[in-house]
Write a new protein. Sequence first.
Length: 416
Amino acid sequence: MNWKLFIARRIYQTKEKEGDRNVSKPAVRIAMVGIAIGLAVMILSVAVVVGFKHEVRDKVIGLGADILVTSLDVVQSYQVTPVVGDDSLISALGKMPGVKHVQRYATKPGMIMTSDNFQGIVLKGIGQEYDTTFLHRHLQEGHIPAFTDSVSSNQVLVSKTIADRLGVRVGDKLYTYYLENNIRARRLTVAGIYQTNFSSYDDLFLLTDLRTVERLNNWEPGQVGGLEIQVTDYDLLDETNGHILSSLDKKTDKYGGRYYAQTIEEVYPQIFAWLDLLDINVWVILVLMVGVAGFTMISGLLIIILERTNMIGVLKALGADNTAIRKVFLSFAVFLIRKGMLWGNVIALTCCAVQYFFRPVRLDPAVYYIDAVPIELNLWIWLLLNAGTLVVSVLMLVGPSYLISRIHPARSIRFE
């Protein structure tokens, strides 16, 4: 065994003995606690932020899509300018690189009136190709009808927010009104109740078949409000959107409408800007925790060096140079860091597991869009945090270890 590693291990084992009363023992414990708490906080912070960003992003995408193709003349209103969304366009978009699924939709603003209340709404029509996976995941009661673009089912999905506000349940009739050249009315039956906890969506949207909305808008055959596109790889979102924009550039439909594609991040810039700000918080936490862990280790190492001054003098008298002795104490520090990291991982992974399976820490969905703190622990990020903590902590100790070169053998051997 390497003699430097052997001495470092003996020092470490000595500190572990129950009867050891050396003054450095509290400093060693504080250093290990600092490493454990620092690493645990870093792992938990990253797991929560990554989980939160993905949860909110997936919810925003589930309510719409990764990319929206609409009319170039569209404004920020639910009374949209239609474009032709026929089978040939859907097929052409579906064959483009990076495109996973294409579906049509249309919207119509209106109002629900009951005997004692009213509510402004947006009626969203969807066709038979619409991916209802997200809706099934957030369905609270009832069922999702088989919506089509050829027959008006007069069935509708209502959010729990609207249902509670108006006092309606599955099977009830809703009287909805729409203002065009004159007031038009539709009686719709509540087939199901959903809840996404995304207030800007739950407060407004009712979902029905595409045919009903097309008739309310008096559109020509084949016209829709737009196309929602899901991509195969979200990391290539902008690249895929660029391909779609290039293919639709200067293209018009048979009614003169011009197409325009934009990503979900362009549709909801305020939400994604807010999510990007969370990355800054993570970096601040990482820097602070590494600093705390590093400085507790520095203080512990300095105390160990001062306590072992006599031993350092003996090693120098036996011919050991400063570099070799520094390696002894850095190896000892690695033992402490390793034990602190072990406890930090145990604490962090336990907290992550408890929150993931039992969700004890809740959130206000009206503010955060989700009802509990999400956890997403990426294996590579976890390994990177552990490796980074070890490397940075050791590098921070290199400077203080040069104190050893200031210790003179003749004087230190007599040191008590």
